[in-house]
Design a protein around this ligand. Structure first.
Ligand code: XMP
Length: 508
């Protein structure tokens, strides 16, 4: 099999590092993110990009050039901190800026460097830096400056191209062109990465690897786990047994929809384990959110294990995706970011199975496109994220069959209104929460004492931070009216206007 071009992005902790790799893939090149300490074979690298980051080259523990730097003699694009690091290492002068530069800035191109091929002489870029380059190393020339005369881009024409701004951010109007120019015109690469190609290669590799083996998949019906199972299904067909544990905490109708799509439509060998009663019994009388999560996690493992034993499986397919991988290794080291992981907790260690993670290299949007390529219906692919413990963390306090039923109805109505008004696809995640408080209302001249439900809709980038969605008042009004009309147990509907931070997306 021929080797793909490999573009290595070295992560210095910028919140945009992953975005660089995504843009490069958009341009048709395979790209990975590594820490400066991570070992990479320099002979396999086609181009290197050093990312930005929150550090200053003057800090005592400032992250350094990658460990394989001396052995790599190809071309490098230094972005922001990456630029300052190279300047600092090769004899330039970096100094703390007076107040830093953040936001949109106009830059002016000097000369005719291929980095700016096909672009106008001046355009808007996105800056985000504290330190600045006061003087370039002797062998470097300025190829773009800001309106105030600061260094915006420089090169030694041989190995290093440096930009102070962020080409990966959409506010840099020709950012994608600049990255494309670097790879094609400066590094001389031709695009050779596509998802179709990835799919064919992956299916071949999996077929070879799993031939004659017993394989199971932990299948939740979510985008990642179903795309992972689907790709293995393409490779080995019904030799893959996908296990779907129905814990009864799913959204309304999902337990019927999942088999209808994956078994009936797509032909997967899907085992549905109806464990609703079991989970509800275990959760009886439990109100503490962490306790609920723990019980669900443990029970899930137990049910799954019983099913897996029946299959005598050796391999377990999991829907780990690239952002999970880099969050637990690369990014995070130099990034000030807090995120806990919500994967099928502890399954592999517990069961001593070999892991198959066919989506490890892919970003979420690539996973979605891959799912679509394999025929998974759009409404499944674009479904909002859903927590593993399901509605358990949205029925606040104790979970009963009755409360679950009420929440499922309310949630269903809210999402229905969002779909009808075109808001479902515009929000990252939307749902209803059933509160453990009651409120007085009147219904047909009678006083009633019903539940309070909260509606939540958020806009987010990968759930790290979130802002509440500014839903139009008539959309909220329609949702509230329908809920109050159709679910008599509810007497009050409220809308959550908390952002993350300081709130979280879920209520528990
Ligand atoms: P929070 O509430 O932490 O949620 O802002 C961030 C994202 O993660 C989802 N979430 C979970 N997913 N198990 C999961 O699989 C969990 O325990 C869990 N808690 C939160 C949440 O829906 C949101 O998309």
């Amino acid at each position: 099999m021929r080797d793909l071009n490999l573009v290595v992005v070295v992560d210095y902790g910028s919140q945009y590092t992953q975005l660089i790799a995504r843009r490069i893939r958009e341009l048709g090149y395979y790209s990975i993110v590594v820490t400066p300490e991570e070992r990479v074979n320099p002979d396999k690298i086609s181009a290197v990009i050093l990312s930005g980051g929150p550090h200053s080259v003057f800090e005592k523990d400032a992250p350094q050039l990658p460990s394989w730097w001396q052995k790599y003699d190809g071309k490098v694009l230094g972005v922001c901190y990456g630029m300052q690091l190279i300047c600092h290492a090769y004899g330039g002068i970096v100094k703390p800026g007076i107040q830093g530069e953040y936001g949109k800035t106009e830059i002016n191109v000097i000369g005719k460097d291929p980095l700016f091929w096909g672009l106008p002489d001046s355009f808007t870029v996105w800056m985000s830096h504290g330190d600045e380059v006061a003087s370039l190393p002797g062998t470097f020339d300025l190829i773009a400056k800001t309106n105030t005369g600061m260094v915006a881009a420089a090169t030694d024409y041989r190995r290093f191209w440096l930009v102070q701004f962020h080409p990966e951010v959409r506010h840099t109007v020709y950012g994608l062109e600049i990255l494309g120019n670097f790879l094609a015109r400066i590094c001389g690469l031709s695009p050779d990465w596509s998802l179709e190609d990835f799919l064919h290669r992956k299916v071949e590799v999996l077929r070879e690897m799993l031939k004659g083996k017993k394989v199971i998949a932990a299948f939740s019906g979510g985008v990642d786990s179903s795309t992972a199972a689907m790709i293995v299904h393409k490779a080995i067909g019904s030799d893959l047994v996908s296990i779907f544990v129905d814990h009864g905490l799913l959204r309304k109708g999902e337990e019927e929809e999942v088999p209808a799509v994956f078994r009936d439509l797509l032909g997967m060998n899907l085992v549905v384990v109806d464990s609703k009663k079991r989970f509800l019994e275990k959760l009886e009388g439990v109100a503490d959110p962490e306790e609920k999560r723990k019980i669900i996690g443990e029970e899930f493992i137990r049910v799954f294990e019983e099913e897996a034993k029946k299959c005598e499986a050796e391999f377990l397919v999991q829907g780990t995706i690239y952002s999970d991988v880099i969050e637990s290794s690369a990014s995070g080291k130099y990034t000030n970011r807090i995120k806990s992981h919500h994967n099928v907790g502890g399954l592999p260690e517990h069961m001593n199975l070999n892991l198959v993670e066919p989506l490890r290299e892919l970003f979420k949007d690539e996973v979605r496109r891959l799912g679509e390529l394999m025929g998974i219906p759009r409404h499944v692919i674009w479904r909002h994220p859903f927590p593993g413990p399901g509605l358990a963390v949205r029925v606040l306090g104790e979970i009963t069959a009755e409360r679950l039923r009420i929440l499922k109805e309310v949630d269903h109505i809210f999402l229905e209104v969002l779909r009808e008004t075109g808001w479902y696809e515009k929000t990252w995640q939307a749902f209803a929460v059933l509160l453990p408080v009651r409120s007085v209302g009147v219904r047909g001249d009678k006083r009633n004492y019903g539940y309070v439900v909260a509606l939540r809709a958020v806009d987010s980038v990968e759930a790290m931070t979130a802002d509440w969605t500014r839903l139009p008042s008539d959309v909220l009004d329609e949702a509230a009216r329908r809920i109050l009309n159709q679910v008599p147990e509810v007497s009050r509907v409220v809308f959550d206007v908390t952002s993350k931070p300081p709130g979280t997306i879920e209520w528990e």
